[in-house]
Design a protein around this ligand. Sequence first.
Ligand code: 1GP
Length: 270
Amino acid sequence: MTNAGGHWFNEPGHLHLDFFLMPSIIKKMSKKSIYDTLTQTKPGVLALFDPDRMALDRVSELTKTVCDQGITGILIGSSLLVSPHFDSFIAEVKKNTEKPVILFPGGSHQVSPNADAIFFLSLLSGRNAEFLVGEQVKAVFLVKEYDLEVIPVGYILVEPGNYTAVEYMSNTRPIPRSKPEIAMAHALTGEYFGMKYIYLEAGSGADQSVPVEMVEKVKETISIPLIVGGGIRSPENAREIVNAGADYVVLGSIIERSKEQFEMIMRSLV
Ligand code: 1GP
């Protein structure tokens, strides 16, 4: 090894000192990842904002409401996306919070540079290749171009007792409520695929949330964090899902429907 004349740093196999001094690299290295930020708050609550259901002029007020109540992060996405204001919707959320703002896309058209990160979802419970991998392939270069933090998520749809938009739009069949072992097998498959989270989803506006027994059994099966959402509308329900092992619960419709009820749920979880 020789350091004379600075040659040491230029030898093949050694990184040049300048590399370590590049400000952009230093900034990137020191910035905490969204994944790490989420990990600090467990159990936590993720608020789902759907641009098709939430008017643009309510975004700032509702962002402040959910953040004041102590949510961990905000998910943004829709099963369909009719709204033409996707980018400005996200910009408005970002303007009103320092919390992580994460894309929760219903398809490849729901990618925006204004978010911090993206849940890179694969609908594991379905057998529709478009939602297992096809939509992701269509979106992937935009995700890279926008420099979004990518968080791979195994997305598992569970029978909700009614016919939901996500079931219709994804053209997949949800896992029967009485078959936790099927959910366990899909969740473990997601973990072995290298996904960072498993998301048990009853679907927005579900009549019934994911069964508690299924949450418990999936949690026992996997060692990555578990997200549970869809149809959670009462403090009791949210509490039992967290007690069963959910690391994060997702609240969507209730935020727009009843601020009081949303606040009661939040109080029951802190
Ligand atoms: C949907 O789990 C989320 O993806 C939220 O569902 O709107 O029923 O709360 P709700």
